[in-house]
Design a protein around this ligand. Structure first.
Ligand code: ASP
Length: 323
């Protein structure tokens, strides 16, 4: 399993693969779209980065936890990843863990780990790629090299993301572009730093660990409450919310327009849902920013959380309330 070992090795970084475009394979090198995600295991991703094999100060282990296109990410995989990363971080020689992931839902998995994983002052560094491993100029190998460098760095901590030369806090991340290699942004928070020629230039402190409301054992994924996201838009129909409640939703996040405005037909349906015991939160469908301030008659605000983050918070709240 270890791809690199040396008598001078002082610490270990474990690369955990979950799939994504970084592990994607296309039939042609100029095909950035018609590829299949999650085809290569983590060992294969490490093997194509010679600079990783040259690290005599590091043992690099690689293991494949899942082989998903991250658009299909699920709660069971989140739990398995949380448990595996927690076990790896508990090994004294492990300096940090790298998670390779699809870009589509990376911000959700990163936020889930940020909120539920006790990190013991070590880093968990997510990385990914916008181009498959077979592309002429694949972005995955450099991103992986930067992620391992960051995970091995003494003093680094928190759930981090190394992508396209930037280092972000996992909790600040938003995917803002569907195709460009620079697909992520951290909005007003900005990146924590940049990776330049293998070195980190850090602009601000590592992210603080939040209070882990759900640090205790989480129930099996099948026992999680159903929380859905509904988007507000011109011509929105409240019947969508009624249907979700009828289908068992216990929580709803409404991705409102602008600063969390919600179409009146959705507001009326959301009030019916609340009367039936469903918890409703109001976020924004804008890529960056959140919901600033509130009016007395408005649905409860999710504040600066994105709609997918608000969904995770609501899941954790409902799980905690059911204990
Ligand atoms: N659909 C891919 C995924 O999220 C996209 C990517 O990784 O860039 O797995």
């Amino acid at each position: 399993m270890p791809s690199t070992a040396s008598s001078a090795a002082v610490s270990t970084v474990v690369v955990v693969g979950t799939g994504g475009t970084i592990a994607g394979v296309a039939e042609r090198a100029d095909d950035h779209v018609g590829y299949k995600a999650g085809q290569l295991g983590a060992q294969a991703l490490v093997a194509v980065v010679p600079a990783l094999a040259e690290r005599t100060d590091l043992v690099i282990e690689a293991e494949t936890l899942a082989s998903l296109d991250s658009c299909d990410m699920d709660h069971g995989t989140w739990l398995a990843l949380r448990e595996r990363v927690s076990t790896l971080l508990a090994r004294p020689e492990v300096a940090g863990v790298v998670v390779t992931h699809g870009t589509d839902t990376l911000e959700e998995t990163a936020y889930f780990l940020h909120r539920t994983l006790e990190l013991a002052a070590k880093p968990v560094v997510f990385t990914a790629a916008m181009r498959p491993a077979t592309a002429l100029s694949a972005d995955g190998p450099q991103n992986l090299l930067d992620a391992v460098t960051l995970a091995a760095r003494s003093g680094a901590s928190g759930v981090l993301v190394a992508f396209a030369g930037r280092v972000y806090a996992g909790a600040d991340l938003r995917k803002v572009h569907g195709y460009r290699v620079e697909a992520f942004d951290a909005g007003d928070a900005g990146p924590i730093g940049v990776m330049a020629d293998g070195r980190l230039r850090r602009f601000r402190p590592w992210p603080e660990e939040p209070a882990h409301a759900a640090a205790a054992a989480l129930p099996a994924a099948g026992a999680w409450p159903t929380v859905d996201i509904v988007t507000s838009h011109a011509g929105a129909r409240g019947g969508v919310i009624d249907a979700l409640v009828a289908a068992g939703a216990r929580g709803l996040v409404i991705a409102g327009t602008g600063n969390g405005s919600v179409h009146r037909s959705l507001v009326e349906a959301a009030r019916r849902a609340e009367a039936a015991g469903v918890v409703v939160r109001r976020a924004s469908r804008c890529q960056l920013g959140g919901v600033v301030g509130t009016r007395p008659d408005a649905l409860p605000s999710a504040g600066m959380l994105s709609a997918p983050q608000a969904r995770i918070e609501l899941l954790l709240d409902l799980i905690a309330a059911a204990r």
